[in-house]
Design a protein around this ligand. Structure first.
Ligand SMILES: *Cc1c(COP(=O)(O)O)cnc(C)c1O
Length: 839
């Protein structure tokens, strides 16, 4: 099988020698008929047009012909880049345009009168075909009237068209890995030209090559022309001869070589072509893989050279490649279906997919291929931005946070110390000041640190508290942590990590807050018995109910015992506000004037939380999750200590204050993307943004629960739930004759009903019409009965009250359908229900 190459030449006669593997057909300015006949007769592997428009007695657009036959050719697709190829339009779009004027039939006479000597030379452009460079008013006068002929209404006029220097740059390959520039340029000029050329190349998505002509006047560069749609070897040879001794044949072979990397053609042909080219060009452009195949010598330097393309180069000029990478690969993410909460295939077999990658490859692979393949792993990912996702408090990310994090990652600051992280640690401190002010604590004394999650915030708090009690409270007994059942399940883990054996959970009252009477008993027992209290963890809102406990009450109980027993210090109080911290933004809201026109039911629910949060300042430590209600990527959390010194000495046995981040964090190297994400969120959402978001989500929750209740579905603790969640209990159609109370009091009936709930949640995810994700939640404590329920927790602003009403009805419709099947005893083949899920 020969590799067949078609060259559509301009007038220059080109002769190519066929080889064993490659057959060249050269058409010299063919008529349209000849071109069409040729491309119909032969299946070409590579087509290289050296002109776009065939001129002469038979004028036609060569590229349009090729396009109309769906042929791929070396060059940039003409039709797609039509606008770009309208030279003036293209150049107008760049920041490198020359100042110009438009002269029309009606104003040109006046314009000529106001010209002065310094305006010359003048360059006149009518269309890309007829241009004039005029040096004096006489020359201008001679032609101007004829220029405004019947056909031409407008001219583009460039005054003072003289430059100190002209430059050509030519980029070949994609990514452009082969860049030529006129060689009489200085190093600075070259660097600039290279950067700007690559930027233009990427911005306008050129495919195979581009040639640019630049001019310099003073310090300013201008783009004069661009050649992107067709290959003319004139300008390319001009430039290339300066660096490499290549003739037309070489150039054509170079094009074939470059385009063949993309088409992944037979390595024999590539080898043959590369042998024909002067050696150092081949070494420059041949990918390592092909060098290996062609038996061209390589060593570790070649491997590094190959890998180098995947990094920012030394002058950052290839940074636009990265944008192209994102642009290309965002297309490769599994498809998003509008009627499904998840990406791509919900039943994607991850193990099967991963099994092809069990071995680490021997040699480097093309990073684009690897990236494309890796994104398959997103199949089945819940889209938090989907109004059909009600999974948990997982936030859709604001795009600016993703962009900020990604751009940060290109430069990869290390938040371990100032020197390695530009101004990020100052930015972190600014956020800490802002949130300290929101909490009403002294921002000149507080300190904080961005961490990888709310659990780590708890760890910081317990460690601060443990230090405090060990430094101040000299008891032989082992310290304990006290919290309530409303607080996070990870607290016991944290205690264990820190060597604390006991974590006492205070039971809740019906309103889902800690039972303060029980708490007081616990405190008094501990203090009376000289048991050190490392930390008291108070809920500043949980996921299920946004149950916010009152720091004021907790604090007064503690203070009274501290006074009574004359203790030297008070136990550390941590306010776990990771869920409800955005409610702090209502601190300054005028509920009376109500500027956001919140409905009164929403207002009351918001006010309930924000009134309690007013007392937050009485705590010693605080946690904020920006990856919960704060629109940020995982993991973006912030721990704040009211007394900064307690944080600064957290890792020091003798209490030494160490302000460099690496000494008072649990990490050494530290990611800074959380800092810039949170900063972007705070600056771009603002106070009323958070207020509006909370109001919207509460409206959604209210609509869901109202719609369900109307259909006789049990909504649990509707009036003790202040956040975004709605908890419902569904009854199996097979247990229709029982009451709710009968079922929850019988283990057998409960088990039967739990199975139904599980099957339904799976069916909801997978049924044919609309796929909705809710959370199956076993082991929920409802008035002492451990039951299984469903939790719906919306997070996205793509849902509002109205949409929520529709979705609730859809859920009910699907339930009706499911119930019919369920009674029939249909087997859905879903996996078995989990015993428990993390809260
Ligand atoms: C989510 C949560 C945590 C844990 O936070 P992560 O960011 O998941 O580590 C701790 N406390 C409460 C109240 C939470 O809701």
């Amino acid at each position: 099988m020969k590799y067949k190459v078609l060259i559509i030449s301009n007038n220059a006669k080109i002769e190519m020698d066929n080889t064993v593997d490659i057959e060249y057909i050269v058409l010299n300015s063919p008529s349209k008929r000849i071109l069409e006949e040729t491309i119909l007769k032969t299946d070409f592997d590579c087509i290289i047009p050296l002109q776009a428009i065939n001129k002469g007695n038979n004028t036609y657009n060569i590229l349009k012909v090729l396009d109309s036959y769906g042929l791929k050719y070396f060059g940039n697709n003409y039709l797609k880049y039509l606008l770009v190829n309208e030279k003036p339009a293209f150049i107008m779009q760049t920041e490198l345009r020359l100042p110009s004027e438009i002269w029309t039939k009606y104003n040109y006479y006046k314009n000529i009168q106001s010209l002065s000597k310094t305006d010359f030379p003048i360059f006149i452009e009518s269309d890309s075909e007829v241009n004039y460079l005029l040096n004096s008013i006489n020359e201008l006068n001679k032609i101007i009237d004829t220029l405004f002929s019947d056909k031409i209404d407008e001219l583009i006029v460039y005054k003072n068209y003289s430059f100190v220097k002209l430059f050509d740059t030519v980029l070949i390959g994609n990514i452009p890995n082969f860049i030529f520039a006129s060689s009489d340029s200085t190093a600075d000029e070259l660097a600039y030209l290279k950067e700007i050329s690559i930027k233009l190349f990427s911005k306008y998505k050129f495919k195979d090559f581009a040639g640019f002509k630049f001019a310099k006047r003073g310090d300013q560069y201008f783009l004069l022309s661009i050649n992107s749609d067709k290959l003319t070897n004139k300008e390319i040879t001009n430039v290339m001869h300066l660096n490499y001794r290549l003739d037309t044949k070489d150039i054509i072979n170079l094009y074939i070589l470059v385009s063949s990397f993309k088409n992944c053609i037979d390595s024999n042909i590539i080898c043959e072509l590369s042998k024909k080219l002067s050696h150092n060009i081949v070494l420059l452009i041949l990918p390592l893989k092909i060098k290996q195949k062609c038996g061209i010598d390589f060593d570790y330097n070649d491997i590094c050279n190959d890998l180098k393309y995947s990094f920012l180069n030394s002058d950052d000029s290839n940074k636009y490649e990265f944008i192209k990478m994102i642009e290309e690969h965002i297309e490769n993410t599994p498809k998003c279906k509008i009627n499904s909460y998840c990406l791509g295939d919900i039943d994607f077999d991850y193990d099967m997919y991963l099994s092809s990658y069990e071995e680490i490859p021997q040699a480097p692979r093309n990073p684009n291929d690897v990236l494309r393949e890796s994104l398959q792993i997103l199949n089945g990912q819940i889209r938090w931005n989907s109004p059909l996702s009600f999974y948990n408090i997982c936030p859709p990310t604001m795009m600016n946070t993703v962009a900020a994090s990604t751009i940060t990652n290109i430069y990869n600051p290390n938040g371990m110390i100032d020197r390695t992280s530009a101004g990020y640690l100052k930015m972190e401190k600014q956020i800490i000041r802002q949130l300290s002010n929101l909490l009403d604590i002294d921002s000149s004394k507080s300190a904080g640190v961005f961490t990888s999650g709310g659990k780590i915030c708890i760890t910081y708090a317990v460690k601060c508290g443990l230090n405090r009690c060990q430094r101040e409270f000299k008891s032989k007994k082992s310290p304990i942590v006290i919290t309530s059942c409303a607080n996070h399940f990870s607290i016991e883990d944290v205690c264990y990590q820190l060597g604390i054996e006991d974590c006492i959970r205070i039971p809740l009252t019906a309103s889902q807050e800690m039972d303060y009477g029980e708490f007081e008993k616990c405190i008094s027992t501990c203090i009376e018995n000289n048991i050190p209290i490392a930390c008291v963890i108070v809920s500043g809102g949980n996921t299920m109910h946004s149950a916010v406990e009152n720091i004021n009450t907790v604090n007064s109980i503690i203070t009274s015992y501290v006074k009574k027993y004359n203790l030297s210090d008070s136990p550390y109080i941590y306010y776990d506000m990771v869920v409800c911290w955005p409610w702090l933004f209502f601190k300054s809201y005028n509920f009376h004037i109500n500027p956001l026109k919140l409905e009164s039911s929403l207002k009351n629910r918001i006010k309930h939380i924000s009134d309690i949060l007013i007392n937050a300042k009485l705590a010693d430590g605080f946690g904020f999750d920006f990856h919960k209600g704060g629109f940020s990527p995982y993991a973006t959390s912030l721990f704040i200590a009211k007394n900064g010194n307690e944080l600064f000495s957290i890792n020091s046995k003798n209490g030494e204050i160490r302000k460099d981040s690496c000494y008072h964090t649990f990490t050494n190297s530290r990611c800074t993307t959380g800092i810039i994400s949170a900063w972007n969120v705070l600056q771009s959402v603002g106070i009323s943004g958070f207020q509006a978001y909370i109001a919207n989500m509460l409206k959604v929750a209210e609509t869901l629960s109202d719609t369900f209740e109307k259909e006789k579905i049990i909504v649990l603790r509707k009036y003790d739930t202040y956040g975004f969640a709605t908890l419902i209990w569904l009854q199996s159609p097979e247990l229709r004759c029982y009451k709710f109370s009968d079922i929850i009091n019988s283990e057998d009936l409960l088990n039967e009903n739990n199975e139904y709930i599980y099957q339904f949640t799976e069916y909801l995810k997978r049924n044919g019409a609309v796929n909705i994700c809710v959370r199956y939640l076993p082991k929920y404590n409802f008035e002492g009965n451990i039951i299984t329920i469903i939790s719906l927790l919306p997070m996205t602003m793509n849902i509002n009250g109205k949409v929520a009403g529709k979705i609730a009805k859809e859920i009910l419709k699907i339930k009706e359908e499911f119930d019919k099947e369920y009674i029939k005893g249909s087997n859905f083949n879903f996996k078995s229900a989990p015993d428990n899920v993390p809260r």
